[in-house]
Design a protein. Sequence first.
Length: 207
Amino acid sequence: MSLDRGIRMPTVAVMVTLCLGMVLVSGCFLSPREQESPSSGEQIDYVNDNSAVNVWTNLEISLNNTHAPGWETRISDDFQYTPDSQALNMPGLPPGYWENWNKERESAFINNLYDNVVGIISLMRDPDFVVPDESGGVAEWEGVIYDLTVDSGGSVIRYRASADISFRLEGNFWYVYRWIDLIGESDPETGQTLSSMGVLRGTFGSN
């Protein structure tokens, strides 16, 4: 079947022109958020932040690659953090250390952590955790258990704890906007009670 070029081709040209204009003005709304490459130039493959699950997966990817932009990108501008009791009562912290822990404080923490460790191995969601449905642009995860081992060069320490995590859809992407550490969980291998990431925040955070 032949095409009527006098009718069809201008239409296609107009559509292409409009599409290019939209991309130049606002970017492609179906594309994942761009990631800053590590200084080594190595490409890190994150998944699209079109769900709370993917955002949490990307935090795990960030930890395993000690890539700070991959963490910062997924933290809401309205981010709030609440420590567990062990972190709250860490000795040596200045008064008011945990007050107003926002995105700026979280960014300072994750950059300081990554700058001072050799590597991290993490699993941010226990296999038995049932992911709740997303409703109305909000997702609430209660009691998700995360597990990470931090190699600082002089020591290797495992952190494992449960947390309540709140996600929110902002525009086209999901973000973590509230993190509440609950309690350190037992090491499955030794039974020893481990610390939360609150202890890491207390150690590597900046007030």
